[in-house]
Design a protein. Structure first.
Length: 324
């Protein structure tokens, strides 16, 4: 049997790097789309760079997407590229819409025109639930996004559903709740906390400024979540799935566990700072993963406390290495 080929947009991101590793383990040829920058930033994929093919393309440029599909003929496309930081979406709402919303149509159009048998995964988000209409959230919960990012993701979700229904594409939308790892961008709250905890422990920082400590998220481990993406594209019916841990924790609880892990008391270091408050907040996310568990057999392997400890330990190790 010939080797399967998968294209990942956003391969330089957190999820792209874990998905690429996972697909390589499954025996895939992995093609990663990266946008042109003046200096390359392959930190998250440098350990697998020799095993994957990196190609230039941009979700803003339709012809680059068509050309990549024509040249590499993947059987699976994972659309992970996006402007993914919620606060930036208020500062750059139009750009966020171009990448995160219209970018999905551009790649779906490329799939439809080049090879409609391609199986397509869209990285949708629990941010679409926003001001939640029910608790916990399922595939049937109505959306009420609270940021330009959330609004753009709702568009990306519905255009994926629409192309599945209009053109019979094998297109799936994974509604993923927050998933984290040592590779998470430093601006996201989990990595911001664990990085600061490690710095404070090593005497390199004095405090940690955060926004809303009461906000709650359903946090899981990114390495587990990319497995769910792949499962959605394996033989069966194309559909949409909520992927979540089914637990929710506050930012305050995350701080408590992270500081506890290094023997410190979070109250002595955390400062609430209005600069990190959002114009509109998503207060209470908790997903129900029953469908993905029953239909695809997906289960997470890393618990919330294990995730926090893994991230603190990784930051301590990196900072110690950098200092040595
Ligand atoms: P991330 O670390 O921010 O990575 C985003 C990726 O998209 C990067 O590789 C980035 O490239 C690329 N990108 C941005 N704009 C692009 C463009 N115009 N053309 C081509 N590539 C572009 O995000 P992540 O955490 O891995 O998340 C992956 C996807 O899942 C995103 O769509 C995100 O919105 C969605 N999602 C994430 C979570 C989560 O908790 N992590 C939950 C639900 C949904 P550069 O390296 O060049 O910036
Ligand atoms: O870590 P966050 O920035 O992630 P957020 O906004 O939930 O978005 C992430 O998860 C989504 C899935 O639901 C993805 F779609 C999206 O792409 C991204 O990966 O913030 C989490 C919570 C928020 O309620 C925020 O207000 O933490 C609160 N928070 C409190 N202090 C903070 C801070 N967030 C950040 N980034 N920085 C703070 O200082």
């Amino acid at each position: 049997m010939s080797q399967k080929r998968a294209l990942i947009t956003g391969i330089t991101g957190q999820d792209g790097s874990y998905l690429a590793e996972f697909l390589l383990q499954q025996g895939y040829k992995v093609i990663g789309m990266v946008r042109r920058t003046s200096t390359v930033n392959f930190d998250r994929i440098k350990h697998i760079q020799d095993d994957i093919e990196v190609v230039q393309g941009d979700l803003l440029d339709q012809s680059s997407l068509i050309e990549i599909l024509r040249d590499y003929r993947p059987q699976e496309v994972y659309n992970l590229a996006a402007q993914s930081f919620v606060p930036t979406s208020w500062k750059q709402p139009v750009l966020t819409g171009e990448f995160t919303a219209l970018g999905v149509t551009r790649i779906l159009e490329a799939v439809r025109n080049v090879d409609p048998t391609i199986r397509f995964y869209q990285a949708s988000s629990s941010e679409m639930f926003g001001k939640v209409q029910e608790v916990p959230q399922t595939e049937k919960t109505p959306f009420y996004p609270r940021s330009p990012y959330g609004v753009a993701k709702v568009y990306g979700h519905w255009i994926t559903v629409n192309y599945r229904e209009s053109y019979n594409l094998y297109a799936c939308s994974g509604i993923l709740f927050n998933h984290e790892s040592p590779r998470r961008g430093l601006e996201f709250v989990t990595h911001k906390i664990t990085h600061a905890v490690a710095k404070i422990k090593l005497g390199q920082a004095k405090d940690l400024h955060l926004g809303n400590l009461d906000s709650k998220r359903d946090w899981g481990y990114a390495g587990d979540y990319v497995r769910a993406m792949w499962l959605m594209l394996q033989p069966g019916q194309p559909d949409d799935y909520v992927v979540a841990s089914g637990e929710t924790h506050s930012v305050r609880e995350f701080c408590e566990l992270a500081f506890d892990h290094v023997g410190l008391k979070w109250e002595q270091y955390v400062v609430q700072d209005p600069a990190f408050m959002r114009p509109a907040e998503v207060d209470h996310l908790i997903g129900n993963p029953a469908k993905v568990s029953q239909v695809l057999g997906w289960k997470p392997s890393v618990s919330f406390p294990q995730l926090v400890q893994m991230m603190v330990d990784a930051d301590l190790e990196t900072l110690k290495k950098d200092g040595a």
